[in-house]
Design a protein around this ligand. Structure first.
Ligand SMILES: Nc1ncnc2c1ncn2[C@@H]1O[C@H](COP(=O)(O)OP(=O)(O)OP(=O)(O)O)[C@@H](O)[C@H]1O
Ligand SMILES: [Mg+2]
Length: 102
């Protein structure tokens, strides 16, 4: 199967109230087109955060996420695409949350 999503060296640290929380670190992952993948782990390990980064809703501290082909119609979350300038709830916006960097 052709590669669809490629993740290299992904890291993300949140900073809230002066407290740094390292959620993702050194993550490499390839997801093929048509592949069924389950992301499992204890509560708080960063599963949802990883999906938000893949959906381009949260900016990683380090690393890259490549989605191929980068066309609008092939977006993994067409209902909420940064390129389309939309967000959940139907409100139009180009402002998306980003991780705090230090
Ligand atoms: N916007 C944010 N600001 C600061 N910390 C955050 C933010 N979002 C998530 N976190 C923290 O990042 C860590 C991972 O959260 P995440 O929601 O990705 O976990 P999860 O694996 O999806 O958990 P669950 O199984 O409970 O859904 C948690 O410690 C959480 O408190
Ligand atoms: Mg979650």
């Amino acid at each position: 199967m052709a590669g669809l999503i490629g993740i290299r060296g992904l890291a993300l640290t949140f900073t809230r109230d002066g407290t740094r929380t390292k959620v993702l670190e050194g993550l490499d992952l390839d997801i093929a087109s048509g592949e069924f993948l389950a992301i499992v782990g204890a509560s708080g390990v960063g599963k949802s955060t990883l999906l938000r980064v893949i959906a381009d809703l949260v900016r990683p501290s380090e690393g890259t996420v490549t989605v191929s082909p980068p066309s609008r119609d092939a977006a993994p979350t067409p209902w909420c695409s940064r390129m389309r300038g939309c967000c959940p709830g139907g409100a139009s916006s180009t402002t998306l949350p980003s991780a705090s960097k230090s």
